[in-house]
Design a protein around this ligand. Sequence first.
Ligand SMILES: [Zn+2]
Length: 174
Amino acid sequence: MAPIAVEQPAPVQSAFHEKTPAPTHPGLLQVNRSAQEFGSSASSLVDLPAGAVFAKITTATPAKKAYTSVQTGPDSHIELNSDLVFCNHSCAPTLNFDMHNMEVRVVDNRPLKAGDDLTFFYPSSEWDMDQSFDCNCGAKECRGRISGAKNMTSEALEGYWLNPHIEALLKEQR
Ligand SMILES: [Zn+2]
């Protein structure tokens, strides 16, 4: 009797954790993939002065709000479609995502060093996030629960560079 073939289900592949596509920003950004959900990150391969352009956002496409999307206006969101998607949130970020000029810059108050985690302050672009989370960035100024600028006080947002659509929405709210 022929042995019964046992059909193995195909392993479920997560878009961000299992695949290892070619880097979109070689020499600039290194992706640190983790099997853990939301555990992947990006780190810098370069030194840059404060305020310098790190990368232009050239591959974005309009998208629905999702945990990977970035908000570009009161009602508009994009997918980055590049390794920039691995830049996680931090309350002491190294980058600003300027979604009006479509560029990623080093924060204005400190230079970027090779090896630094590439992070940005999600409420600087996100008004009301698809998925909120408890931040454990470890910064002394950590804001704790992150769910978008909509749910933060003026004090909690003070000192952060914010996209113009977030400034406008805050003005409307207050
Ligand atoms: Zn934090």
